[in-house]
Design a protein around this ligand. Sequence first.
Ligand code: ADP
Length: 175
Amino acid sequence: MIRIEAVRGDITRERVDAIVNAANNSLLGGGGVDGAIHRAGGPRILEECRLLRSTRYPDGLPTGEAVATTAGRLQARWVIHTVGPVYTRDADRSGLLASAYRRSIRLAAELGARSVAFPAISAGVYGWPMDDAARIAVTTVREVAEKEPVGTLELVRFVLFGPAALTAFEEALAG
Ligand code: ADP
């Protein structure tokens, strides 16, 4: 059984095995949670991201996929970088947002993580409305937890920066 919970906080301070980064396709750093993770984790994370760019992902990490690196100086053991879609009203990209969560959980399970923390992927600079982002996040994590082998994974924690985000995730978890 996997426990799924939502807390308010700064994801860089989480004591979990893996923290998920809402990265961008370049993998070379950005603002928001991405910038915070690189600042707190130090240069080794960016070094591994650069290596990934020169090997597996010369064109960058595709939207909806996930890849792991060291967590550098963070408490966590791994950072799982995933790329959520930019929100637009002109197209339904919710499948890509669900994929970012699904691929991250699968990777956490493959790595042997027991706990993983997620931010609200795509719900910052990428513009996804928070309530909908929370609903997609919770639905996807529940679905993977029910239907797929998750190895030693026992805790999925959503770590939300602000009160509105926390409320949105609490409501999604209650629904
Ligand atoms: P995206 O580009 O995928 O939208 P952002 O980093 O802009 O990613 O925002 C994703 C969410 O992460 C936003 O809700 C933002 O408030 C939140 N966030 C930013 N910094 C942190 C942090 N240190 N810990 C947890 N959440 C954070």
